[in-house]
Design a protein around this ligand. Structure first.
Ligand SMILES: *[C@@H]1O[C@H](CO)[C@@H](O)[C@H](O)[C@H]1NC(C)=O
Ligand SMILES: *[C@@H]1O[C@H](CO)[C@@H](O)[C@H](O)[C@H]1NC(C)=O
Ligand SMILES: *[C@@H]1O[C@H](CO)[C@@H](O)[C@H](O)[C@H]1NC(C)=O
Length: 297
């Protein structure tokens, strides 16, 4: 069983190196050797047959749209967002050093199922300059990640010297229970735009109204699969940033897809009727995700 999963993943690799940053240096990064152990030892109980079918579908180039139309089981994941405020005098070289080290943590440390990061080019109220997104299987894996000396070392040597602020928001969410959506691999995830939203709901609205707003947004993203590959959202459990009550991450297929969605009357309605009345503060940023290369290994 394990062997089959490993083969499936090996087949996925040529389609899956979605490093995700528009900084050209990321193309230089070596492709990871994805070993079976990091995926198989955690007893996720993959549906192996479905995994195999999916691989065939991917290599045949079928669209994500078709795949997602089928109702599928969902699986819990833990999403980690880290927003950085880089110093004004950050040089290109320093930026590259910082992002390279953050990006390669996925190959040096266990538990990171998916990662994307990039530079935020527009001005935002908090002047966040860079964003990092990582996905874990369980809260325990995220806790181990925070405590891992390798990660502390990366922060100490390659991030904190270049930054004057760091905000971590973590939440639990669900994704479709299949390899590609969980690991964010495959053609659908190779390119696109990451849209990250942090929200501070007013205390009185935390229960029903906030849940309702988020459910409406989630439903809307699921109705627009031609624009959106995946959306997760949930309530922030990191006490170091409890000011932000919720996080949302939406992977758009392109910058145009983001614009079309944000401009749509459906989104504007949901935003003005459900979010605006109860959100004390929101921060929305986006960064581009670029393929690293698609040549077969
Ligand atoms: C996405 O980022 C661009 C800058 O790269 C900015 O101009 C645009 O307003 C952002 N869009 C949203 C919806 O936040
Ligand atoms: C919250 O983030 C901090 C770093 O800012 C980390 O040390 C801590 O373990 C996180 N807490 C939880 C509950 O994840
Ligand atoms: C979205 O709206 C803005 C401003 O209203 C406009 O400049 C832009 O062209 C629109 N984009 C799309 C894709 O409709």
């Amino acid at each position: 069983m394990v062997v089959v999963v490993a083969q499936s993943l090996a087949l996925l690799i040529p389609f899956s190196i979605s490093s995700c940053h528009h900084h050209p240096t990321y193309r230089r990064l070596k492709k990871p050797i994805i070993t079976c152990s990091s995926f198989s030892s955690n007893a996720w109980g993959w549906n192996v047959n479905r995994g195999k079918n999916r691989v065939t579908m991917v290599s045949g180039g079928s669209s994500g749209h078709q795949q997602q139309q089928q109702q599928r089981k969902r699986r819990k994941v833990v999403e980690h967002i880290c927003f950085l405020k880089a110093n004004k005098d950050l040089s290109d070289e320093q930026e590259k050093d910082m992002l390279d080290y953050l990006f390669t943590t996925q190959y040096q440390m266990p538990g990171i199922l998916a990662i994307s990061l990039g530079r935020i080019s527009d001005k935002n109220v908090e002047s966040f300059s860079h964003a990092v997104f990582m996905r874990f299987q369980r809260k325990e894996d995220l806790a181990k990640f925070y405590q891992n000396p390798f990660y502390s070392g990366v922060l100490k040597e390659h991030v904190i010297p270049y930054c004057h602020g760091l905000t971590n928001v973590d939440y639990e969410s669900e994704v479709e229970d299949d390899l590609l959506p969980i690991f964010r691999k495959g053609e659908d995830f190779n390119t696109g735009l990451e849209f990250v939203l942090l929200i501070t709901f007013s205390e009185s609205a935390i229960d029903e109204p906030a849940k309702d707003a988020l459910a409406s947004l989630q439903a809307l993203t699921e109705e627009h699969q031609s624009l959106i590959v995946q959306c997760t959202q949930g309530s922030n459990f990191n006490s170091s940033s409890e000011e932000y009550t919720h996080g949302v991450i939406i992977r758009f297929r392109s910058f145009d897809a983001l614009e079309i969605f944000i401009n749509s009357s459906e989104y504007k309605n949901v935003w003005s009727s459900k979010f605006q009345p109860i959100a004390k503060k929101t921060i929305a940023v986006n960064f581009s995700v670029e393929p690293v290369g698609t040549e077969i290994m």
